[in-house]
Design a protein around this ligand. Structure first.
Ligand SMILES: [Zn+2]
Ligand SMILES: [Zn+2]
Length: 278
């Protein structure tokens, strides 16, 4: 199995060295892991209220550290990825910046609505005063823009707006989910089943079953990540995640090398990379 969403202490809110994550992956019997630490917001001229990414100066260190870890490891494939914030208006700059890094894949995530870091527990109280319908609309509009930006290989924790348990009723949410699955398909994008949501107040994977079903029906490829911010979170809830993926109809997982997608069988213990069908 794979885990494509691991962080490192460079982002200032994760614990444990990359080698510790690798050892945790070995303990869980994973065949392939990918680090996708938070790409430096400083490179985009953004300084959030709370430091949540590595600094621009640390990016070369991150790249060389993960490359060295990969080179020294014989059993587990180690990929170099990044989790990058989608910030409207910064597309051209970001395309230029990402093109010069040797990433195997880039996860595009939304953590900010304007200046609100809405996934950060410190700022979760703002959901209390917010018009939830308007918040969801804004989130999904940003998400669709991110999909269409062409900047990303994988969309990260796609319905993370539910993180703190503030939810729209299912009927109100449904049109957003349907449109999201359609846009992923149109854009040829992959998304992740991110297991971290199970441990959040939402108590559910990102995305929940309904969006997984819609995406599977559209033929949108999926990959798998724990969003581990500590070594003991590597592969967290994966038995349950794999069961859910099987139930909704998925039979393979997307993997990436040098930003090219291929697939491995969901139930293939060997985890050998198959040539891409797309
Ligand atoms: Zn993080
Ligand atoms: Zn994230």
């Amino acid at each position: 199995m794979i885990d494509y969403h691991l962080h490192t202490p460079l982002c200032r809110h994760a614990l444990g060295a990359p080698a510790d994550y690798l050892e945790a992956a070995r303990g869980k019997g994973l065949r392939e892991i990918g680090f996708a630490d938070h790409y430096p917001l400083g490179l985009l001229g953004v300084k959030p209220h709370a430091e949540v990414t590595m600094s621009p100066e640390e990016l070369p260190q991150y790249v060389s550290e993960i490359k060295a870890l990969a080179a020294g490891e014989k059993e587990i494939r180690v990929k170099l990825g990044a989790e990058v914030d989608y910030l409207p208006g910064k597309e051209k700059e970001l395309a230029r910046l990402l093109a010069r890094e040797p990433f195997d894949y880039v996860i595009g995530s939304i953590h900010f609505m304007d200046d609100w870091d809405f996934t950060h527990p410190y700022f979760a109280a703002r959901f209390e005063e917010a018009d939830l319908e308007a918040v969801y609309r804004r989130y999904f509009e940003l998400l669709w823009q991110a999909c269409r930006s062409g900047l990303f290989d994988i969309i990260g924790h796609i319905d993370v707006i539910k993180k703190f348990g503030y939810r729209l009723p299912p009927a109100a949410l449904e049109p957003y989910l349907q449109r999201t699955a359609r846009i992923l398909k149109e854009c040829g994008l992959c998304y992740e089943l991110n297991s971290a949501g199970r441990a959040a107040p939402a108590a559910e994977f990102y995305p929940g079953r309904r969006l997984l079903e819609l995406c599977c029906r559209e033929g949108v490829p999926v990959t798998l990540g724990s969003d581990a911010h500590a070594p003991d979170q590597v592969g967290r809830y994966f038995d349950e995640a794999l069961q859910l993926l099987r139930e909704v109809g998925y039979r393979e997982l997307a993997v990436f090398t040098a930003r090219q997608r291929s697939f491995i069988p969901l139930d293939g213990g060997a985890g050998k990379e198959a040539p891409s069908a797309s």
